[in-house]
Design a protein around this ligand. Sequence first.
Ligand code: NRN
Length: 417
Amino acid sequence: MPYKVKDLGLAQEGRKLVDWAEAHMPVLMGIRESFIKEKPLKDLKIAAVLHVTKETGALVKTLAYAGAEVWLAGSNPLSTQDEVAAYLAREGINVFAWRGESNDEYYWCIEQVAKSEPNIILDDGADLHAYLHGKLPEIAERLWGGTEETTTGVIRLRALEKEKRLKYPVIAVNDSLTKYLFDNRYGTGQSTIDGILRATNVLIAGKRFVVAGYGWVGRGIALRAKGMGAHVIITEVNPIRALEAVMDGFEVMPMDEAAKVGDIFVTATGDVNVITGTHFQLMKEGAILANSGHFNVEINVKELERVSVSKEEIRKGVTKYTLKNGRNLYLVGEGRLVNLVAAEGHPSEVMDMSFSNQALAVKYIKENKGSMLKKVYTLPKEIDEEIALRKLHSMGYRIDKLSEEQAKYLSSWEVGT
Ligand code: NRN
């Protein structure tokens, strides 16, 4: 049974972690009940590159309960929870993932799941999509379709589509409202702070907390930092998002200025080199740097090394850089996505919706096989709203229904003043 994990002996611990996640993912568990009955993915082969966390464990088990053979690799060399990987391997999932993979090992794991000749793939960050398009085009051409979890991955896939090189239909799970409005905002908002606190244990209250990027992720981080008493500063390149940040009551300034005053810096732009050499040299003694973007390109670590005379792992997951100007800076999680590297990623309750979208997207691709075009889709609004309604019910909330008369009024133009 092909798999490669750190230590199968961790499986029991992994079961407890996944049980904990499943106890907080009622919408996905409801979908699992129907999958067990209908077996909608019977005899399918599914390859997934996702962060191997307890919540991903709940998702891939759900796909297996639906009748699929599942292959899984990690979507970051440092985000795998080894106990979960061990548990999934014991449960019959073909897992190739361990925390601390080298770059070559990371792509070896992706190669294993890509070569499984899947019918449908799930991805987070589009490294599997890119690998198939670049290295295994013959397998890519036979795919029924794929999904994409995160903003960065959807951007890469839309670029492929624009160049007319997309080899199969893709559902941008990230673009479901019940994904990005909750996972990107409230999930990353909490899990970023969680990662910084687990790694550094610093006080957030009173600190000048610089957030680069005011998208849904940056918005969530700013909200949570503000809630904990930080003085939040936003940096942006997009005038509309910057204006929103101003009107939301946050300080807004260029990174060149923020670098001089910030105590904690978090990048959430999805772009490269947001914090660079000049910024590092302007920073105060003891400034803390963390990245919440998918790839580790937002904080220019190579330049940080260049302007430093020494570095030392001062705490687990925290590297102390002593600069030539004598000041010290602290980088969390090697500049990789801090929420998954220094903590456990988003809480299960918010991944409940993201992964319900993933499970239903896979079913959607299977049901619409052959009639979808080679483009990037968003799931139908009905599915989005059904997930939101089930989530509300699971939290004990009820809402009103439109009456006939109201529905008619909203869809008419005749009635005026
Ligand atoms: N706990 C998690 N398990 C988790 N937290 C955040 N993510 C997770 N994936 C599995 C992903 C979010 O959906 C990371 C992606 O970049 C983001 O879209």
